[in-house]
Design a protein around this ligand. Structure first.
Ligand SMILES: [Zn+2]
Ligand SMILES: [Zn+2]
Length: 281
């Protein structure tokens, strides 16, 4: 199992990094991609690689940090190049993208910094890790304009429509989609919205159902506090959607719901279902 996104080089993890890595390895996480903010101290990355030699890194200027490069996106690119030169385990450019929800930097600045980094990824033939929030349309437009056909990567959250999904998938980017409309107050999985299943079937891509057990405990409804807990991620068997009949498509949301909800509800009822990829929260 590979964990494709964490920030363990952050100094917040320094005091107990060894224990955190130990728990991940003990739970069967063999490889991981640690996201470095460009300009991060190299010590954090070295400390992590020392404890976990298989770890690899992505380096990039996050949209939250784009404001520091206003009017000078070339300097953002230079910062990423410097991170690449300083660390021979860097394998991706990221996380990069657009965040119009927080909008810590003006949109035009975010777009500029993002576009330059996509261009860099293409030049270096590296995959991208994309952070996008309430900015799918502009994100896809920049990928289309700057990335070209050869760009690869991952969106770590996706909320666009069918055309945008097609665009991203055609660019070799896989998508994480939340089909559920949220959790009930006691942590149960709410019924799935159906539209996403139709989109996936029409595009002919497979689904990998995923359950997250313990996330409710970690981030309780109605609270902005994150509580210490263990999150278990279940990756279920792949379901092909190409050529599903109308009846099969009708039944698909319930079929996936049953698979996804089962371990979540079992854990809430205290039967303690165990999954792969148990990791620290
Ligand atoms: Zn991140
Ligand atoms: Zn992110």
């Amino acid at each position: 199992m590979i964990d494709s996104h964490f920030h363990l080089a952050d100094e917040a993890f320094e005091p107990d990094l060894e224990a955190v890595v130990g728990r991940a390895l003990g739970a069967g996480v063999r490889q991981g991609l640690c996201i470095l903010a460009a300009g991060d101290a190299v010590e954090g990355a070295e400390r992590l690689a020392g404890l976990w030699p298989a770890v690899r890194f992505a380096a990039g200027v996050h949209p939250h940090q784009a404001g520091a490069f206003a009017g000078d996106p070339g300097r953002a690119v230079a910062t990423v190049r410097a991170a690449l030169a300083a660390n021979d385990r860097v394998r991706a450019v990221g996380e990069i993208g657009l965040d119009y929800h927080y909008e810590f930097a003006p949109r035009s600045v975010q777009q500029d910094v993002f576009a330059h980094q996509v261009r860099l990824a293409r030049e270096l033939d590296l995959p991208v890790v994309i952070h996008t929030r309430e900015a799918t349309e502009d994100t896809v437009a920049i990928i289309r304009r700057e990335g070209g056909a050869a760009l690869r990567g991952v969106f770590h959250c996706f909320s666009g429509d069918a055309d945008m999904a097609r665009e991203a998938l055609d660019h070799g980017v896989s998508l994480t989609v939340f089909a559920e409309g949220g959790r009930t107050l006691d942590g149960r999985v709410k019924p799935f919205q159906k539209g996403v299943f139709r989109i996936v079937r029409d595009l002919g891509f497979p689904i990998v159902p995923m359950s997250m057990v313990g996330s409710f405990e970690f981030n309780r409804k109605g609270s902005w506090m994150l509580h210490p807990s263990t999150i278990v991620v279940h990756l279920h068997d792949t379901i092909e959607t190409k050529g599903l009949s109308r009846e099969e498509l009708e039944a698909l949301p319930d079929r996936v719901y049953e698979i996804v909800a089962k371990p979540v509800h079992a854990a809430l009822e205290g039967s303690g279902a165990k999954g792969i990829g148990e990791g620290p929260a």
